[in-house]
Ligand binder design. Structure first.
Ligand code: FAD
Length: 531
């Protein structure tokens, strides 16, 4: 990758091309391509890189139809290819149609407006204008349907939902939602125009854009959306019952997830536990601690030095911040007192296990002895479970620390600006079984964790980092089809968390913070299914 790594890295949701890969990527490709030829010494390219990454993220789900790439013309190895493609100025944007011949050198975009919505609309136009015979079969229809085509579908049964998105003629929302749903099975999106009176009258729609939803069982109705925005429509359709993301068959960055996911769980033989996504379940938190203490740490025969210190600190942190008192807090307090009273520099882990399993059970303080996921249940073994519960535990701890600012006083942990995050970082780095996850988390922590100044930022940093992971893993092998990874909280959990600014989805961080404080609060914990 050479110097391209300076502006763009493998972690970005786009393809970094070079003289070796450009031609083979675009020639006879099943998707169209939009490529930015840049130069890593061009100041504007450097500034623009964050917009380009945001664009690539914004249209990540369109990649079967159109891929986004970059090529650094300042790299010596790329001099010839940039000359061959006549790149004279930076950045230059070029489109390549699907099924391009080897001689194709792309069409240069000469517009001055490089904002995300404009480039996105251009991408839509490229796909829509590919009308000749070699238009790829998997391209979705982007032209509007008419009342004559759509009204006969009403009342018909089908094996999928049909969403009719009715919009003003100059709106792009319909086509963007169609492309957002390209990788999803179980729903087809068709667009129609608000100027189509027979359709609008028959569906009794009055405001646009709007979605009229035909259910598989033949019933149909207007689909209510809190806000008439692309993000809300796409999110609503993706979360319809039975709608699933098609899984990529190739290997992805999820390599580590199989390690963390391969738990000795019984979840596929156990009966399904119904749960409410707007709640947090103590059963998940307890099971996280059960797994952490009895399985993850138990692979270490002895704890000494830095490992022992991290373990002691974690136990203290949980003892002080775990919500609601009860058995878990009692156990952690006893464990913490015991660890602090031990003058030893080295503790055999079996002694910890004995304490957790036997001595405490006798005194009536114990942690569930089995894996009992609720909000972290996976649709099959190996999905969700422990890593899900670990995220949940640390989110709860950040919110509890905010609610109880003095809880860590006199523990030695209070000196740090973000003790919960720093503890999580140390735990993940030292003990978390998924090494790949640990490497990613450490990279993120190295960049931004030390800038966290207070308890509010601590809550938001973890939320933001978790969303970055969600976006990276969406559609990968660790993505449970029943719980597809997506920006969280979804509009259905928190509509006021989402806004649109200049055509791009943005978070309302004040409302996100309010939501997280409520969601991970002690009062939102459900004891259902807990031991
Ligand atoms: P999870 O992502 O585990 O989320 C659990 C629950 O938290 C969700 O159900 C939701 O209720 C809530 N939630 C979701 N997003 C947010 C948010 N932004 N803020 C607050 N709450 C939220 N797997 C890999 O394959 N590669 C990795 O590099 C990787 N890194 C990881 C790093 C860490 C620190 C951890 C703890 C896990 C990592 N994993 C990684 C595992 C992965 O992130 C998921 O935990 C796992 O795939 C299970 O996913 P899930 O669908 O249960 O949801």
């Amino acid at each position: 990758l050479g110097g391209a790594g300076r502006l763009y890295t493998e972690e970005d949701p786009l393809v970094i091309l070079s003289s070796d890969s450009l031609k083979s990527a675009v020639t006879n490709s099943s998707s169209a391509w939009l490529i930015q030829f840049f130069s890593s010494w061009c100041g504007h390219c450097i500034q623009y890189s964050s917009t380009w990454k945001a664009l690539a993220q914004d249209v990540k789900d369109w990649q079967d139809a159109i891929s986004v790439g970059v090529l650094d013309c300042a790299q010596e190895e790329n001099f010839d290819v940039c000359k061959d493609y006549s790149i004279k100025f930076y950045p230059t944007f070029k489109f390549f149609w699907a099924h391009s011949p080897p001689s194709e050198r792309g069409t240069t975009y000469r517009g001055a407006d490089r904002s995300i919505p404009s480039v996105r609309q251009l991408m839509v136009n490229v796909l829509q204008n590919h009308t000749n015979l070699d238009r790829p079969k998997h391209y979705p229809p982007l032209e509007p349907y008419s009342a004559a085509q759509l009204l006969p579908l009403l009342g018909q049964r089908s094996d999928h939902y049909t969403a009719i998105l009715v919009e003003e003629p100059d709106s792009y929302v319909g086509r963007e939602v169609i492309l957002d749903l390209l990788q999803y099975l179980g729903v087809q999106v068709k667009r129609a125009l608000s100027s189509d009176r027979p359709l609008v009258d028959a569906l009794k729609l009055t405001a646009f854009p709007a979605i009229y939803l035909l259910h598989p069982n033949g019933t149909h109705a207007h689909l209510h959306s809190e806000k008439p925005l692309r993000f809300f429509f796409s999110s609503l359709l993706r979360t319809l019952p039975g709608v699933q993301r098609r899984l990529k068959s190739s290997s992805t960055s999820s390599s580590g997830a199989s390690q963390v996911g391969a738990l000795p769980g019984k979840q596929n033989t156990e009966p399904w536990r119904d749960f409410d996504r707007s709640k947090v379940y103590t059963a998940d938190l307890e099971t996280a601690l059960h797994y952490l203490l009895r399985v993850e740490l138990a692979t270490h025969n002895t704890l000494e030095g830095e490992e022992l210190k991290i373990f002691k600190d974690l136990v203290t942190l949980v003892a002080k911040l775990y919500p609601g008192g009860g058995s878990v807090v009692k156990l952690m307090e006893t464990l913490s007192d015991w660890l602090l009273s031990m003058p030893l520099q080295r503790i055999p882990y079996q002694a910890v296990l004995d304490l957790v399993d036997n001595k405490m059970r006798i005194s009536g303080v114990f942690l569930g002895a089995e894996l009992r996921w609720v909000g972290c249940q996976g649709s099959r073994a190996g999905l969700r479970g422990y890593p899900c519960s670990l995220w949940t535990l640390f989110h709860v701890l950040t919110v509890q620390h905010d609610a109880n600012p003095t809880a860590l006083d006199n523990t030695g942990l209070e000196a740090e600006a973000a003790p919960v995050l720093q503890m999580m970082r140390r735990y993940i780095r030292t003990f978390f079984g998924c090494r790949e996850c640990g490497r990613h988390f450490e990279q993120a922590a190295a960049v931004g964790m030390d800038n966290v100044q207070n308890r509010e930022q601590q809550i938001l940093w973890l939320w933001q980092q978790h969303n970055r992971v969600n976006m990276r893993l969406a559609g990968s092998l660790s993505d449970d089809p029943l719980f597809p990874k997506a920006p969280w909280p979804s509009p259905s959990l928190c509509a006021s968390c989402h806004e649109e600014k200049n055509g791009v989805h943005v978070w309302n961080q004040d409302n996100v913070l309010r939501f997280l404080r409520q969601h991970y609060a002690a009062s939102n914990l459900s004891p259902e299914y807990s031991v």
